[in-house]
Design a protein around this ligand. Structure first.
Ligand SMILES: [Zn+2]
Ligand SMILES: [Zn+2]
Length: 275
């Protein structure tokens, strides 16, 4: 296995994470023997989009972006002989908010090295947005809103397809985040069927569009999930399709850097192509 870095990492700028400083993540990465680290803090949501998470803490506030980028630049210089540090954003794909997202990317794109496009927000059948991965209680409410677990899965995978084909401009992220995040609570809310076809369709569309796959180990540590996003058979499928596999721990705490990388299938992993 050739994993040299952790390419999906949060920081103290994430309001739902820990207060661990970026430098603590950097030190942990060096200690873990990594040569690369990419910060991908949650990008601010569009100004006219109301965060559906009950505590409204899904993303970094817009006024923090400048400081976040400055801190990263400072660490880049300070540790340049030990670690390649890149700074990026995890950008939400929100159906119907493509123009606003494109504008955010136009603003921040020139200042970042890399980005991930993720779906956390789903539009429910009644038009209200929900945050998919907030809590098991919230997921239960989402299931009621959609009518069934399968309907939530269906909507999630459909939204991912739209994310891949959406026009988000020249700074559209090349990497798709945790493509089975909908499985976060699967042990409590199991779907009635396997969404194999949907995931394979997503992978082939990603290959067609030259996208990278975020191989995200956070799911291994979620009580009701306990599997990688996506599970191993899909990672292998993606590999066969020639999709670059980019590992990430999705750490919200310094001690979690490179967590679970030993559980990844023995394949060739890629460095991000960058924004
Ligand atoms: Zn987060
Ligand atoms: Zn995410």
């Amino acid at each position: 296995m050739n994993i040299s870095g952790d390419f999906h990492v949060h920081s103290q700028f994430c309001p739902h994470g820990t207060s661990d400083r970026m430098e603590a993540y950097v030190k942990q990465a060096i200690e873990s023997g990594l040569t690369h680290l990419t910060f991908t803090e949650h990008a601010p949501l569009p100004a006219d989009f109301s965060d559906p998470a009950p505590s409204k803490d899904s993303s970094m506030p817009a006024e923090s972006v400048k400081t976040y980028l400055e801190k990263a630049r400072h660490l880049k210089k300070k540790y340049h002989d030990k670690l390649v540090i890149q700074v990026g954003l995890e950008v939400d794909y929100i159906a119907g908010f493509e123009k606003e997202t494109c504008r955010l990317l136009e603003k921040w794109g020139p200042l970042i090295d890399d980005a991930i496009l993720s779906v956390h927000m789903l539009r429910s059948p009644v038009g209200k947005f929900v945050c998919l991965d907030y809590s098991a209680e919230e997921f239960a409410a989402i299931v009621s809103l959609f009518g069934s677990v399968d309907a939530v899965y269906q909507a999630y995978y459909r939204t991912l397809l739209h994310a891949i084909t959406s026009d988000l401009g020249r700074f559209k992220p090349k990497r798709l985040g945790h493509i089975t995040l909908v499985e976060k609570f699967k042990k409590t809310f199991p779907p009635a069927r396997i969404f194999e076809q949907e995931i394979l369709e997503i992978l082939s569309l990603m290959a067609e569009n030259g996208m990278e796959l975020d191989i995200n180990t956070a799911g291994l540590y979620k009580e009701y999930c306990q599997s990688i996003y996506p599970p191993e058979r899909f990672i292998r499928q993606a590999y066969e399709l020639g999709i670059p596999l980019v590992p990430g721990s999705d750490s919200h705490q310094a001690a979690q850097i490179a967590r679970g990388f030993g559980n990844l299938p023995d394949l060739q992993y890629a460095l991000p192509q960058g924004i």
